[in-house]
Write a protein that binds this ligand. Structure first.
Ligand SMILES: [Zn+2]
Length: 518
């Protein structure tokens, strides 16, 4: 504590000098003064498992400038003061596996709810992340729309999480169709697709299940030349060992490993994969909630869709995408395949996640939000709970959504913990998440890019999401009705037909032992 107290005094000086500077500044961000002080918070900096009671944190222009005991930190006179007495301040959260509702999903929508160009209601849906304390997401079916969205968010025109954008490449005609993915079937095509993605401004390359070996090799070598990470599935034509040797940076589902386990879920086999992956330093987003949600859907779709948070996912395009996936991709999955998926989840995915963690494996929280039952932001809290349920402590689970993503992004020196000099995306909570992980969802406010979003604004905006604006010609599903009940005609063009036929073909085939996911 002695060290901390000294540190507090030092930071107080920093804050004082800042106060002088602020006197001469009249500039204010869109959300209020540039200087914000959280007073009397219990700070959970996430650099170690510790909580600092009665601390004050001062933020200026999106950067943490002071932290110390409340009695020692001088708060600049013009700072916006947020009383955090009895509350807990943690770094804001990241969901490292999401899908945003871009125009590309029109292929699954009936014409009356398709939209091109900007869709304000869908853009507003990004607030669902912010309201849940999620200020960074990695989008794994990124399209040009995501690049435009990122620019608008960065410029402050739209309030939403920071977007890490991955362009998905896949073999032709079997998986999610273009424009969600780019189909490649030769080394030259793959090379060109990676170069195009780099030139267009995408951050990462996502590999999907149906790439052939030549294309995959071309993707990894080209991406390496261009300094891009390759992340994603483990293609069916390859193996876990192969993608580890190729330097794939992230495996995006624990189910991807299960698919390559050959039905052998023994402790030895799990230990083998966990050791191999941990040794190689590959990242994994286990996305346990993705499989869990699918299993719940098999049991009782109406119960999944009766989740309270589904009230915030009722825009006709959102409901339409869920309807399509539920009716065309998931409900037709036969009982035997469902049972296999359930066994893989319980006997392999969950123990693998635990074993990988036990060996120091690099885990990040991800959800596959946009898939049925997974509402943006809310799903992240479910995944954190899943991680605790497999044996991680709340602190360890929180790391997968705070420090770990910034280690993965190579930004841990400037973000991811609460420390002076770091970026200040912060989450204020009503209860202690180190005691009970579900406290991470009890949001008392979010600081995102220096802008304070309090509970009043959260309530107001979330109410708007529950009463979405009517899309042109598109009837809203009645309140409380499940998207399944909101039926639409299908087969509106060749693209959905391809998608449905191919995707549903996978379910019974022995190639894919699982249901399609993003
Ligand atoms: Zn996905």
């Amino acid at each position: 504590m002695g060290h901390l107290r000294r540190a507090g005094v030092l930071f107080a000086v920093t804050a004082l000098s800042l106060g002088v500077r602020s006197e001469h500044s009249t500039a204010e961000g869109p959300g209020g003064p540039d200087v914000i002080a959280f007073l009397h918070a219990t700070v959970i900096p996430m650099d170690a498992e510790r909580a600092l009671p009665d601390h004050t944190v001062v933020v200026s222009h999106g950067e943490i400038v002071a932290i110390g005991p409340a009695s020692e930190v001088e708060v600049p006179v013009d700072a916006r003061r947020i009383d955090a007495t009895g509350r807990y301040l943690i770094p804001a959260l990241c969901d490292m596996h999401v899908h945003l509702l871009s125009e590309a999903w029109n292929i699954m929508l009936p014409p009356e709810v398709q939209a091109t160009g900007r869709d304000v209601a869908v853009e507003k849906g990004l607030f669902s992340y912010v309201a849940n304390g999620v200020t960074t997401v990695q989008e794994l079916f990124a399209t040009p729309e995501g690049i435009a969205l990122r620019q608008r968010i960065t410029r402050g025109e739209l309030l939403g999480p920071r977007l890490i954008l991955a362009r998905a490449l896949d073999g032709p005609k079997k998986g999610w169709p273009p424009p969600l993915t780019t189909w490649v079937e030769s080394a030259p095509q793959a090379r060109e697709a990676v170069r195009d993605a780099k030139a267009a401004g995408y951050d990462k390359i996502k590999v999907y299940s149906f790439l052939d070996r030549q294309s995959y090799d071309s993707i990894t070598s080209t991406a390496r030349e261009l300094g891009m990470d390759v992340i994603g599935h483990v293609p069916m034509s390859l193996s876990v060992e192969y993608v580890l040797d190729a330097g794939q940076r992230l495996i995006t589902h624990s189910e991807e490993v299960a698919k390559h386990a050959g039905g052998n879920y023994s402790a030895e086999r799990i230990d083998y994969f966990a050791s191999r992956m941990a040794e190689r330093g590959v990242w994994m987003t286990p996305t346990l909630v993705t499989t869990q949600s699918l299993l719940e859907l098999f049991d009782n779709p109406d119960r999944v869709l009766a989740r309270p948070e589904v009230a915030y996912f009722r825009h006709p395009r959102q409901a339409g995408v869920w309807s399509f996936m539920i009716e065309k991709l998931y409900l037709p999955i036969p009982a035997k395949a469902r049972q296999q998926l359930r066994e893989a989840f319980e006997e392999f995915q969950r123990p693998l996640t635990k074993a990988f963690h036990g060996k120091g494996g690099r885990l990040m929280a991800g959800t596959d939000s946009l898939l049925p039952g997974l509402v943006p932001g809310f799903a992240l809290h479910r995944e954190l709970k899943e991680l605790v349920d497999v044996g991680m402590t709340p602190f360890e689970a929180l790391r997968t959504s705070t420090t770990r993503p910034f280690e993965y992004l190579g930004e841990i020196d400037s973000a991811g913990t609460i420390a002076v000099g770091k970026r200040s995306d912060l989450l204020l909570l009503e209860a202690n998440p180190l005691k009970d992980i579900t406290a991470a969802s009890q949001v008392a406010g979010v600081l995102i890019r220096g802008r304070w979003v309090g509970t009043g604004e959260i309530k107001k905006r979330m109410k708007e999401l529950a009463e979405p604006s009517r899309a042109p010609g598109g009837p809203l599903p009645p309140a409380g009705a499940s998207p399944v009940a909101f039926r639409h005609s299908t087969g509106q063009g060749p693209a959905p037909q391809v998608c449905v036929r191919r995707l549903t073909a996978q379910r019974s085939g022995r190639i894919m032992r699982s249901a399609p996911k993003g």
